[in-house]
Design a protein around this ligand. Sequence first.
Ligand code: PMP
Length: 429
Amino acid sequence: MKYQRSSALFQEAQKVIPGGVNSPVRAFKSVGGDPIFVEKAKGAYIYDVDGNKLIDYINSWGPMILGHAHEPVVNAVIEKSKRGTSFGMPTEIETDIAALAVSMVPNIDKIRFVNSGTEACMSAVRLARGFTGKDKIIKFAGCYHGHSDSFLIQAGSGAITFGAPNSPGVTKGTAKDTLLATYNNLANVEEVIAANKNEIACIILEPVAGNMGCIPPAAGFLEGLRKLCDANDILLIFDEVMTGFRLAAGGAQELFGVKADIVTFGKVIGGGLPVGAFAAREEIMNYLAPIGPVYQAGTLSGNPLAMAAGLAMLKELNENREVFNSINKKTEYLHKGLETALKTENVKFTINRVGSMISVHFSEVPVTDFASAAQASNENFKKFFHGLLNEGIYIAPSAFETWFICDALSYEDLDATIAACQKVAKKLN
Ligand code: PMP
């Protein structure tokens, strides 16, 4: 494969955009090489500016459950845009998509739309603080909830001690209110709560972690968190930016049968347009302005194009629930194929999968939290990534990301992917 035009565009981009990208992981820093510039995408494929066709396992980091440029979504955006692109005034479609989301997701009465997953999580935490009158939050090392200050807290420092910022610009004052805990470790969460009695507003987590590769919640972990929250007047926030409308119509709450107090969404709920949302039962949501004291706002929130794309997407997922089975089956097929291929080539690996989220860690040790994810071989991952790219398969350019399977993928695509993985695996240690 040739990437001259992508490389040339990257050179130009770096002159006027920091690092040449508008979101860091796109720059291929952890795998090396130049990023690929996209010309267009359709179904399961990305077409780059050099004329390469790639099978896409990122799917815009999750939302393209039905594939790229899905016709009902594209048509909804085209039709809507002819009637104006933003008003900053209420529109009927906002109620339509809100009502549909509320009907699909368990335990929520009201939902508010924002413009990104970051905004959704940031606002959810403010709401939890306002509702409970407490300041501190617990987050898990390795979970990502966007780039707002409270969430950019370094993994690895003692969970009970105050967090330390891992990005300059996050103040010590902010960091001290974010307490770190270890994913899948209830005893650790209990310790953190005990050391901060009556000070914790919420626990926020990815109910299936997708930002340290894919890490499923251990049996009883989510249920245990629910109990701890109930016993200590703490709100449980499920960040379903990746899992919402993907693992089931009702997301992780439905899949695991565990109630969250606040749920956040992103990506999927906008059909690939810049949308996020947060939702909860009425008594919590009514704390928001204009009826409650917690302020939260957005000029482009509920934007008509974004709502049109999101509504088209959610309608299809709601009316055709078979999609969830179909993507799960495809992912299971990929899982089995990858397992056989990597075993045949004697590679040390762990595959984690929940529904249509899957990842390969180059380690034999079970990957259950950030520390176990971090000890997997990044050298092997880099070779795997570039080897697959050379075979026309595009996975996320970082070992700490999940593959997202879309329904546009055919079994031929999956077979081609498995064969490519086996070929590439021959060059791994
Ligand atoms: N939460 C989770 C679980 C995410 O994966 C992400 C983004 N990958 C976010 C929040 C932040 O969303 P956004 O990038 O839209 O701000």
